[in-house]
Design a protein around this ligand. Structure first.
Ligand code: NAP
Length: 279
């Protein structure tokens, strides 16, 4: 039997990189994609350290031609595609009064339309293989969080899209799952590119609440972030378990946090909890 083939997006760092190494170690033919293959240094070094081989290719989730070329190239070269891991994504901190609708659109472009685009390209091949469609969402795909309106909207969109697709895809033999990490120590916070002092100074009427939010969230990252390797264990579970659930959290903390919302019919427990972060 040839080894199954998985394509992972956003593998230059973090959860995508760790998932690529874990999948290759588990015997998958692993296509690790990046929007800029010039940034594959850390990925190549990790593969060398682990003694695994990766098939490294270009894929920018916001560029339809790049997505099609990558997916069709994989099927042409490997003959099949057994799983897609939609991992690429980017955080964003802001609030609507202080940013443009285009800023919001940009966040949706990467985190939601990128997922839709890559899923559309992969689905015919996943149907052919009876494969798996896994998307790295977030606890922010279940609970809206202060100053994360655009990011959580995008992750909620991902969850609604995948929850809707899951039963339909299952009828055609494709298993759909979302993976929900809490704080993970990756390049995620750095890649947001926000200097907390500058953001607070520019926040106007939101100065005090933004300061309290950033203190809360940066404390959470400093005190209790998982490693990307720990988060990747859950992605591998979605990839390899005989019957993976639709929704998998990467830690007990993430399970308890999302559980607040999933058992909160009128929303008061959730909004009460996140409101308490703002002082
Ligand atoms: P990360 O280290 O910043 O990795 C994000 C990856 O996505 C990078 O490889 C980045 O590539 C890639 N990417 C961004 N835009 C892309 C595009 N247009 N096309 C292709 N790739 C693109 O952060 P991470 O924590 O590993 O994030 C992975 C996933 O986990 C994301 O979906 C994120 O929303 C989710 N998540 C993270 C956390 C956390 O606390 N870290 C929590 C919940 C959910 P470049 O290097 O080229 O920018």
């Amino acid at each position: 039997m040839p080894s199954p083939v998985v394509l992972i997006t956003g593998t230059s760092s973090g959860i995508g990189l760790a998932t690529a190494i874990a999948a290759a170690r588990a015997g998958w033919t692993t296509v690790a994609t990046l929007r800029d293959t010039g940034r594959a240094g850390a990925l190549r070094e990790a593969a060398d350290r682990a003694g695994v081989t990766l098939d490294i290719r270009q894929l920018d989730v916001t560029d339809p031609d790049s997505v099609t070329a990558a997916v069709e190239g994989v099927v042409a070269d490997h003959g099949r595609l057994d799983a897609l891991v939609n991992n690429a994504g980017a955080g964003h901190v802001g609030t609507i009064e202080n940013e443009s609708v285009d800023d919001v659109r940009q966040v949706m472009e990467v985190n939601f339309f990128g997922v839709a685009q890559t899923t559309k390209a992969a689905l015919p091949h996943l149907r052919a293989s009876g494969g798996r469609l896994i998307t790295v969402s977030s606890v922010g795909g279940v609970i809206g969080q202060p100053f994360n309106e655009a990011y959580c909207a995008a992750k909620f969109a991902v969850e609604g899209f995948m929850e809707s697709l899951a039963p339909v895809a299952a009828k055609l033999g494709v298993t759909v799952s979302v993976v929900e990490p809490g704080a993970v120590a990756t390049e995620f916070v750095n890649n947001i590119g926000v200097d907390p002092a500058d953001a607070i100074a520019a926040a106007g009427a939101y100065e005090e609440t933004l300061k309290n939010y950033l203190t809360h969230i940066l404390g959470q990252f400093a005190g209790g972030a998982q490693t990307p390797e720990e988060a990747a264990v859950t992605v591998l579970e979605a990839l390899t378990a005989e019957r993976p659930p639709f929704r998998l959290q990467t830690s007990d903390w993430a399970r308890a946090f999302t559980g607040t919302k999933l058992a909160d019919n009128d929303g008061s427990a959730t909004v009460g909890m996140t409101g308490s972060w703002l002082g």
